[in-house]
Design a protein around this ligand. Structure first.
Ligand code: NAD
Length: 248
């Protein structure tokens, strides 16, 4: 990035966990950041302030990524307030675990709506402006569950596998416009999402991690920021596992 050139990153699910860490890391790395959150305005405002300390502009909006109209308006407002979006990071995601036999239709649809439709809504909204400028980086957050599957997570695994297929198709479609689309597939990361697991489930998962610890959100964010940067200029359509070796 040339000195004094402002670049804009949009992050979904920004107020917590991996999204929050991505906001801070991208701000540290010189991006103006626009992020959305689902409900916690207080956390969002406090994050805005924290990220602004890096000397960049940071705005946040309450946006449900399932709502295509709201996402479109959020993207338009970001481009009007800051500048055209160079980088989109889709970190908003939920789990509703249940064995398939017990899964409720609403658990299936909720997870697909947030995790997959949400990614579609964001990418659909940012891609035209990126195509016009012949530049852009999209980083979609999947999961190792989307690569290998996870019992009791057929809904989540399907949504995260969908993100991989979607991102690879997009990478082929828009590579000629200078747009890169990559996937980050975390393993077991220490966030609110995993804090709900019982002690026993955590211990069992940890025993399968060669590095013998949970990952940190800031470690995932470093990978996100690398993929957002020009250093990753020849990387597209790739899936990066960051999982302490759990899938070995
Ligand atoms: P988290 O629960 O801490 O954060 C999820 C974020 O998504 C929250 O900010 C929440 O407000 C937002 N969100 C949820 N529904 C939304 C909606 N409808 N509209 C807008 N925002 C919404 O979880 P996390 O661990 O930080 O997860 C971030 C991403 O990483 C998710 O996509 C998750 O599936 C993925 N992931 C997490 C792990 C892990 O171990 N924590 C592992 C693999 C993948």
């Amino acid at each position: 990035m040339a000195e004094n050139e402002s670049r804009v990153a949009l992050v979904t699910g920004g107020s917590r966990g991996i999204g929050r860490a991505s906001v801070l890391t991208l701000a540290r790395d010189g991006f103006d950041v626009s992020f959305c959150y689902q409900s916690n305005e207080e956390a969002a405002l406090s994050l805005e302030k924290e990220a602004q300390e890096f000397g960049v502009r940071v705005i946040s909006r309450k946006v449900d990524v399932r709502d295509a109209e709201l996402v479109r308006a959020f993207v338009a407002e970001t481009e009007e307030t800051l500048a055209p979006i160079d980088v989109a990071v889709t970190a908003a995601g939920i789990t509703r675990d249940n064995p398939l036999l017990l899964m409720k239709d609403e658990e299936w649809h909720q997870v697909l709506d947030v995790n997959l439709d949400g990614v579609y809504n964001v990418c659909r909204s940012v891609v035209f402006s990126m195509m016009k400028r012949k530049s852009g980086a999209i980083i979609n957050i999947s999961s190792v569950a989307g690569v290998y599957g996870n019992p009791t997570q057929s809904n989540y695994s399907a949504s995260k596998a969908g993100i991989i297929g979607f991102s690879r198709a997009l990478a082929k479609e828009v590579g000629g416009y200078g747009i890169r689309a990559n996937v980050v597939a975390p393993g077991f990361i220490d966030t609110d999402m995993t804090s709900v697991l019982s002690g026993g489930a955590k211990e069992k998962a940890l025993a399968a991690v060669p590095l013998r610890r949970l990952g940190r959100a800031d470690e995932v964010a470093e990978l996100v920021s690398y993929l957002a940067s020009d250093k990753a200029g020849y990387i597209t359509g790739s899936v990066f596992q960051i999982d302490g070796g759990i899938t070995l």
